[in-house]
Design a protein around this ligand. Structure first.
Ligand code: GAL
Length: 243
């Protein structure tokens, strides 16, 4: 049985997503694999979970946008354990599996190393409309007229070794930008798009079926849904941003 590591961050109020996420993922996701959950949280209850496939790591709540920007740095704390897996996937806290997701449709195929998913807002747009970072000072910059696709930061993964390489590269480039006081337009998502833009190995591109925003009408099956944060108090509430 292949071992799949799921990387999940829920600091602060995001911990309210965990229970449902875990139950649905156990029930519907990659039924022929051994799933391990690497859970980065400051929630005391979650930190004391005792389950042989749930591995909690204490992660303090940082002010927005650091929890998204520094995600790869957080994960690298578990690098040795992550490398024991065959595959690794990062999933947003508000992603909720709706239908059975099987290995053949989701894991990298022969020769593919990474797996990314098209952003549900841009799968049918041209590259000049993609919200790439356009600041030449930023390591994530992609100039107008370039780029074939816009992928979402909410779901990405691949073969463990290749995904660890991605984490190392992105954590280094994001930190180098921070040193210069530069933050990419869409944080780690911009950096991911630049990494994919430069990537010379094969990778799998999933449709927005796996990132189906709650309440949207798209010509895709809703297999994995991005829960609408506004129904849960809104972005600012979840990110601990005061009025
Ligand atoms: C939004 C999404 C952001 C970012 C943005 C890009 O819908 O919530 O995380 O992906 O699109 O334009």
């Amino acid at each position: 049985m292949k071992k799949v590591g799921i990387l999940y961050i829920c600091t602060g109020k995001y911990s309210l997503f965990w229970k449902n996420f875990f139950e649905q993922t156990e029930k519907l996701f990659l039924p022929k694999s051994e799933k391990h959950y690497f859970l980065f949280t400051d929630n005391k209850e979650l930190l004391s979970l005792s389950h042989e496939r749930v591995h909690p790591y204490e992660q303090e709540l940082e002010p927005w946008p650091f929890p998204t920007l520094k995600r790869f740095e957080y994960f690298l704390r578990a690098k040795n354990e992550l490398l024991q897996c065959d595959y690794l996937y990062f999933m947003n806290a508000n992603l909720l599996i709706q239908k059975k997701v099987r290995e053949w449709e989701f894991l990298p195929r022969k020769n593919e190393k990474l797996v990314v998913a098209l952003h549900p807002g841009f799968y049918n747009k041209s590259n000049d409309e993609f919200p790439y970072d356009r600041n030449p000072e930023c390591s994530a910059c992609i100039p107008f007229g370039s780029g074939e696709r816009y992928v979402m930061g909410a779901l990405n993964g691949g073969r463990a070794k290749d995904f660890v390489l991605l984490m190392e590269a992105l954590s280094a480039s994001i930190n180098a930008d921070l040193q210069k006081n530069v933050i990419a337009l869409w944080h780690d998502e911009s950096a991911l798009n630049r990494y994919i833009f430069d990537y010379t190995e094969k990778y799998r591109v999933l449709s927005p079926s796996y990132l189906y925003p709650e309440g949207w009408k798209l010509p895709f099956r809703n297999k994995m849904m991005l829960l609408d944060k506004s129904k849960l108090g809104g972005h600012d509430f979840l990110r601990n941003i005061e009025e």
